[in-house]
Design a protein around this ligand. Structure first.
Ligand SMILES: O=C([O-])C(=O)C[C@H](O)[C@@H](O)C(=O)[O-]
Ligand SMILES: [Mg+2]
Length: 429
């Protein structure tokens, strides 16, 4: 039954922002290696109706400062007026001078600051609206068109353990055999029906061999490779030809819209991106150049769930495919991704998730609401996001944040502390 508070405005009475750190394996990528902890921020939005909502976002110091500015700006606003929340966040950040804080270790820096900061407030507002109405967030987004959301198995080259630490349970994956071993475990444990390899780490020939080995081991699974713009146009075309018929899509082989457009003309498979199209302003030039076939949405930098639905409308209009990007995240984000994907009819591909890389004992939500079955997560049907804050888990991960000493994501700096010769280069090959 609709609660009495809905008869009038439900005002935001305050916001609690809690930075947290959770353990992360040494996952290799085009800019370095993941540090022993991934940082996130948990945003709790409180209302005068006594109902609170949850959002999750990046935990870098600069981003935390901006979240605090936004928290003050949205206090007093009606939690049903997300347009007003956005106006207030954008106005409060108009003279933003904070440095960094993008949460992506240099891989995605061009996204809109206002949209990145708005995102957890949008998610928390929808969580509150759903709790007040007794309906899941997917209903507020237009209704679920699928009962569960398929995800892809996200494979990484990795070391056996962080230097100076014990080997983790996944062990090393630094060659094609290691990648296939990792993929086999992921598919057996989670049932994923698509696989993506994070590439741009080793020479492209080694990465082509890894994809061919995956194709041999999993003849029927759609495969993707994502070197995060580590290849020149020429190398991208060479890899595209070598993997003709093997890939479902080729993700961000080379930097920039122009480079992607050149690759696009020369290869047969679709090109996907979460690097050259990361905000609404990037869409017109990318469409005009014919640079990409698939955009990976990500509600963390596209401005939350409602704005991500606007992106879905745009991709539908221009006949582009839509997929979903992920980096390291906890349960609040997984719930938000699942509701969004469930209510987005034209989400054409299994979504990315870093979930298997997270220690199952570390989270800020109580266990039980989210589970993988046959590579997919059933859409929670409880009101709001359908996940509940685990106060003990939050406190433990906040303590870990205080003690770990990390205040921003820096895959390159960590790699350089381990290997002083390491240089950041894009393209590298
Ligand atoms: O698809 C992507 O580009 C990513 O997932 C970016 C991420 O930051 C990933 O590369 C990572 O966490 O190392
Ligand atoms: Mg990518």
């Amino acid at each position: 039954m609709v609660q009495e508070e809905l008869l009038g405005q439900v005002s935001i009475s305050g916001v609690t922002i809690t930075p947290v750190a959770f353990t992360d394996p040494p996952l290799l990528n085009a800019v370095g290696v993941h540090e022993p902890y991934a940082l996130r921020a948990v945003v709790q939005v409180h209302t005068d109706a006594g109902i609170s909502g949850l959002g999750e976002t990046y935990g870098d110091a600069g981003h935390l400062q901006r979240l605090q500015v936004a928290a003050e700006a949205v206090t007093g606003a009606d939690v049903f007026n997300i347009n007003l929340l956005r106006q207030r966040v954008a106005a409060a950040l108009a003279r933003d001078t904070v440095q960094g804080g993008h949460g992506m270790s240099g891989m995605v820096t061009g996204s809109s600051t206002a949209d990145r900061v708005l995102s957890p407030f949008d998610v928390a507002a929808l969580d509150i609206q759903g709790k007040l109405l007794g309906r899941p967030v997917s209903d507020l987004l237009g209704g679920a068109v699928r009962e569960s959301v398929p995800f892809s198995g996200y494979l990484f080259y990795k070391w056996a353990g962080h230097p100076g630490h014990d080997e983790d349970s996944w062990g090393a994956a630094v060659d094609p055999d290691g990648v296939v071993r990792q993929a086999r475990r992921m598919v057996d444990e989670y049932g994923f029906s698509a696989l993506k390899l994070k590439a741009g780490v080793f020479h492209p020939d080694q990465e082509i061999a890894a994809m061919e080995a995956l194709r041999e081991e999993f003849p029927d699974l759609p495969l993707r490779i994502d070197p995060n713009a580590a290849w020149s146009v020429e190398t991208s075309i060479r890899v595209g030809h070598a993997l003709d018929g093997v890939l479902e899509y080729l993700e961000d082989p080379t930097p920039g819209i122009e480079g992607m457009a050149q690759v696009r003309q020369a290869v047969s498979m679709p090109l996907a991106t979460n690097m050259c199209v990361v905000s609404f302003a990037d869409v017109p030039p990318a469409v005009a150049a014919g640079a990409v076939d698939v955009i990976l949405s990500d509600h963390h930098f596209w401005g939350g769930l409602r704005r991500s639905q606007a992106l879905a409308g745009i991709t539908e209009t221009f006949g582009l495919g839509l997929s979903m990007h992920s980096n390291s995240h906890l349960g609040i984000s997984l719930a938000a991704m699942v509701h969004l994907a469930a209510a987005t009819p034209n989400l054409d591909y299994a979504c990315d998730t870093h979930w298997p890389w997270k220690d199952p004992d570390e989270d800020v939500v109580l266990p039980g609401a989210l589970r993988f079955t046959d590579g997919a997560v059933p859409v929670p049907t409880a009101p709001g996001l359908g996940v509940e804050l685990d106060q003990d888990g939050l406190e433990k991960l906040h303590q870990q944040y205080l003690e770990c000493g990390l205040r921003g994501r820096d895959d390159t700096g960590y790699m350089q502390r381990i290997n002083p010769e390491y240089e950041l280069r894009s393209p590298r090959w």
